[in-house]
Each structure stands twice: as structure tokens, then as C-alpha cells.
Ligand binder design. Structure first.
Ligand SMILES: NC(=O)C1=CN([C@@H]2O[C@H](COP(=O)(O)OP(=O)(O)OC[C@H]3O[C@@H](n4cnc5c(N)ncnc54)[C@H](OP(=O)(O)O)[C@@H]3O)[C@@H](O)[C@H]2O)C=CC1
Ligand SMILES: CC(=O)N[C@@H](CCC(=O)OP(=O)(O)O)C(=O)O
Length: 344
């Protein structure tokens, strides 16, 4: 099956190229660019020196003729107009941006500060958090791939929220991300001298992933209320660690908690629940599609601690997008993604 990538010159797009190289069914047929048409991909990315691909013009009608599926890995605010054009021309789309994730009217304007896409497509978009919504993905033609922080956070939280164990409004999420999460464009924040040997909190209580996390948790417990979520930049290239604290309604035990997680992810290929007392580090999933989760319960405070790690570019973006594409095209979700983390 032939796939195309819009935004192939960005970090999400180039990670799709890397992962699709090893896919047994999908082949990258075309890579598209809005600003570097007819330029060679290897000029942008010398690590692809053996490829002779040219970046092609974005033309929805032509794309529908040449590929079976399109990944859009574009900054927020682009897919709102591009994705409807692609779908209307007959393309199947997996969108990696946040443009079609927020369903409630007014939320996209509020949190992204931009004009939303057409309501028809917001309603049509299936939120592709694979572990929990794969049945919906099967029925869909247009997938909105989850954000990187929400993927780590939701995979960590859903088991206890679904069991209605958590006190409303008690969830606090302290998240850290490597710099590739911010994309390839240059910015002062991503400047070496600004982030090396440094740590920064940003978008305090204003991050656009807050409503995405709340919207999804409410599907499992509509009384869960609001969450506090704050992200930090840490001096590494890849990786997200989401450390989550929440108060339980009724006292529990570490063993009971562990059973909830084991049961929730029994049979899951990519979520690995660590044994009690063990907590994952970002390097232990780096370059892979795994999400590793460690849990604890503090009986003095009645709070759970959940640590969830992913590679932001794989499970947090390109890897999960390929899982969604696999399901959409009738393949097993894990097809082409069975590689180990890079360690050390
Ligand atoms: N980086 C990450 O870890 C994650 C990113 N995401 C989301 O995925 C999307 C891509 O992120 P990322 O790859 O990091 O971003 P980058 O900034 O690295 O790349 C984005 C690419 O989008 C393309 N682009 C810019 N403007 C347009 C346009 N008008 N039309 C079409 N393409 C355009 C650019 O390529 P060109 O100029 O060649 O067209 C650019 O290379 C974003 O929405 C991001 O929020 C989601 C999860 C994780
Ligand atoms: C480290 C870093 O800067 N990360 C980005 C993640 C952006 C992202 O993935 O944005 P959408 O999911 O909303 O498209 C951020 O915090 O904005």
C-alpha cells in the first residue's frame, strides 16, 4: 500500500519515514512540502543520503490518485483547511496535529488561539488513542492522532479513572519533554545555550493539551472534573515522562492498584506495566513504540503516583499514527512496529 507524507521535512514527518522503511505493507510513495517543492529530501536530511526523493507539491486531487493514505504532520492551524481538502478529494487521512482533537465548540479557539476547522470534520475525526479506541478507528476514515503529552498521560490515567477510583479535581500531572517535541523550527527556547544544563516550565496552566486530556478522561468518568497539567522542557532530544498524582476516593493497596493496571493492559503489545517498586526511565522506551508505566500508592496521603514514559516522536506521534493506519487498512495494529528501544 502506498502512503504519502505532508510535512515530511519536519520531525514528525521524518520519523514516519524512518518507521515506514521497516513496514512490511506500507511504502512511502510521495513526500510533500509547502515550501521546498522539487528539493531533494536528502538535502534537508543528510541521514537519508541514499534516498533520491523529491519533495512534491501538495495537490489533493493528484495525491488521491497516487497514494492510498496520507499522513499530515503539519503545525496546528494548517490541517483545519488542508485536511477537508484532502478528504474531499478522496484521500484517507491521519492527522498528527491538534486541529481535530477537541470536540466541544469554542475549545480549539480558546486553547490554540486559532480558527477551528469545519464542524463536519471535527465530528467525523476519530481520536486514535489506540489502546482504548481501536474499535472506533476500525470504522473510521479520518483519524486525529493524539498529542504526545496526552498519550503518555492518558495511558497512565485511564485504568484508575475508568474504575472510578479517583476523587474529582484531584489529578495533578507533572510532565517533562525533550526538545524534539517542539518541532524542527528554530526558536530561542530550543537554542543550545538556553536549554543545555537547564530545565524550564512553560505554558503554565495554559497548555493546549489540558482540554484534550480532560475530554478523554470524561469519556471514562464524567465526574472526574478538571486536571492540573504543567509541562517542562528538559535537555534531551527525545522522550516524555508524565508523573501523575491523584487522590483515591477509598483507601486501596499497592497490590490492588497493580491488579487494575495488569488487567487494563493485559494483552497489550505496547503498554508495559512495570512490577511494583519499579519505575520506567525515558531511555527505556526511546526509539520504540512502547509506553512504560510504573505505579505506587501512598497510604499516608491516599494518593497514587503513576509514571508513564514514551518516545514523543514514536508512541507520541509517528508510531501511534502508523498503528492507526494499520487498523484503518485492516492490518494488525502492531504491524511494522515491533522494534526494541535504542539502549543506551
Ligand atoms: N514533535 C513531536 O514530538 C510531536 C508533534 N506533534 C504534532 O505533529 C505536527 C508536526 O510536528 P513536528 O513534525 O514536530 O513539526 P515541525 O515544525 O518539525 O514540522 C512541521 C512541518 O510542517 C510543514 N508545514 C509548515 N507549514 C505548512 C503548510 N502551510 N502546509 C503544509 N505543510 C506545512 C513544514 O514543512 P514544509 O515547509 O516542507 O511544508 C514543516 O517541516 C504538529 O502539529 C505537532 O504539534 C504531535 C505529537 C508529537
Ligand atoms: C516540547 C514541546 O514544545 N512540545 C510541544 C508539543 C506540541 C504538540 O504536539 O502540539 P499539538 O499536539 O497540540 O499539535 C508543546 O508543548 O507545544
Amino acid at each position: 500500500m502506498k502512503v504519502g507524507i505532508v510535512g515530511a521535512t519536519g520531525y514528525g514527518g521524518v520519523e514516519l519515514i524512518r518507521l515506514l522503511e521497516g513496514h512490511p505493507v506500507f511504502q512511502v510513495e510521495a513526500v510533500y512540502s509547502s515550501s521546498k517543492e522539487q528539493k531533494e529530501v536528502r538535502e534537508e536530511y543528510p541521514h537519508l543520503a541514499h534516498y533520491n526523493w523529491l519533495l512534491e507539491k501538495i495537490d489533493p486531487e493528484e495525491m488521491a490518485k497516487s497514494v492510498d493514505l496520507i499522513f499530515t504532520a503539519t503545525p496546528s492551524g494548517i490541517s483545519t483547511t488542508l485536511v477537508p481538502q484532502l478528504i474531499e478529494a478522496g484521500n484517507r487521512v491521519i492527522d498528527l496535529s491538534g486541529d481535530f482533537r477537541l470536540k466541544e465548540e469554542g475549545m480549539y479557539e480558546k486553547w490554540y488561539g486559532k480558527t477551528p476547522g469545519p464542524k463536519k470534520y471535527i465530528d467525523e475525526a476519530t481520536y486514535g488513542l489506540v489502546e482504548w479506541f481501536s474499535e472506533e478507528v476500525k470504522e473510521s476514515t479520518f483519524i486525529s492522532n493524539p498529542g504526545c503529552y496526552p498519550t503518555a498521560t492518558l495511558l497512565g490515567l485511564i485504568p484508575v479513572v475508568k474504575e472510578r477510583m479517583i476523587q474529582p479535581h484531584s489529578i495533578i500531572i507533572d510532565a517533562k519533554s525533550g526538545l524534539s517535541g517542539a518541532g524542527r523550527s528554530l526558536s530561542r527556547t530550543a537554542h543550545y545555550a538556553e536549554i543545555n544544563e537547564n530545565m524550564k516550565i512553560y505554558k503554565v496552566n495554559k497548555h493546549q493539551h489540558i482540554p484534550e486530556i480532560e475530554q478523554t478522561l470524561h469519556r471514562f468518568d464524567d465526574n472526574i472534573g478538571h486536571v492540573t497539567f504543567n509541562p517542562h522542557l528538559v535537555p534531551m532530544t527525545r522522550g516524555i515522562m508524565s508523573t501523575i498524582y491523584a487522590t483515591v476516593k477509598d483507601a486501596t493497596t499497592r497490590e490492588e492498584l497493580y491488579d487494575v493496571y495488569k488487567k487494563a493492559y493485559e494483552g497489550s503489545t505496547f503498554v508495559r506495566v512495570r512490577p511494583l517498586g519499579e519505575f520506567p526511565a525515558t531511555k527505556e522506551v526511546s526509539g520504540s513504540n512502547y509506553c512504560d508505566i510504573g505505579i505506587d500508592y501512598d497510604e499516608r496521603t491516599n494518593r497514587v503516583t503513576i509514571v508513564s514514559v514514551i518516545d514523543n516522536l514514536v508512541k507520541g506521534a509517528a508510531g501511534q499514527a502508523i498503528e492507526n493506519a494499520n487498523i484503518l487498512m485492516g492490518l494488525k495494529a502492531e504491524t511494522g512496529l515491533g522494534f526494541l528501544p535504542m539502549y543506551p
